[in-house]
Design a protein around this ligand. Structure first.
Ligand code: IMP
Ligand code: MG
Length: 177
């Protein structure tokens, strides 16, 4: 099946590196003395987070959460659940959520609300990509990397049904047939 899928490169590894460097500089400027907790939503953000934190040379903590939003395929399963919650107490802490993609915005809206109930001192969102053509809930993205067209993207940690996460660049799946 996957051998028949046509992929076209949207952003090269070099272009992504420039964007990550810019985001790291912005985050560094705002969080240098705040010992923030960076919360990453698995699995799609793991490559982005790894590149991002290696450019942040100041005290911070990392937490992981896993949500279920999409089932198999390219459409949302509709329901969002916390499958694995963060392990530390974020009350009074400065929290930055690190996401791979904001599509409809439903997942991020749900997760930000979930975290807000834990009473952090501040709560902001960083996303490598945003797909504004698909917005259902308007989310303020405090640190945004790339705006992507209305296509399903893969690579740089982002999957289609667990495939293509290993690609070093970001590619679009071209409509079959
Ligand atoms: P949202 O709730 O519609 O914003 O969806 C967010 C989640 O859907 C992301 O974290 C991804 O897991 C998945 N997703 C949405 N669009 C894409 C895409 O183009 N490629 C891969 N995953 C996507
Ligand atoms: Mg995801």
């Amino acid at each position: 099946m996957s051998s028949e899928v046509k992929l076209s490169v949207l952003f090269t590894a070099e272009e992504i590196a420039v964007v990550v460097e810019r985001l790291a500089a912005e985050i560094r400027r705002d969080y240098l003395d705040k010992n923030p907790v960076l919360i990453t939503v698995l699995k799609g953000s793991f490559v982005f987070l790894a590149d991002l934190v290696r450019q942040l040379d100041f005290p911070l903590e990392i937490e992981f959460a896993q949500l279920s939003s999409y089932g198999h395929g390219k459409e949302s399963a509709g329901k969002i659940k916390v499958v694995q919650d963060i392990q530390c107490d974020i009350k009074g802490r400065h929290v930055l959520v690190v996401e791979d993609i904001i599509d409809t915005g439903l997942t991020a809206a749900f997760f930000l609300k979930h975290l807000k109930e834990k009473q952090p001192a501040s709560l902001k969102l960083c996303s490598l990509t945003d797909k504004p053509s698909r917005t259902q809930v308007k989310i303020n993205i405090d640190y945004l990397g790339l705006t992507v067209p209305d296509k399903f993207i893969v690579g740089y940690g982002i999957d289609w049904d667990e495939k293509f996460r290993y690609l070093p660049d970001i590619r679009a799946i071209e409509d079959e047939g």
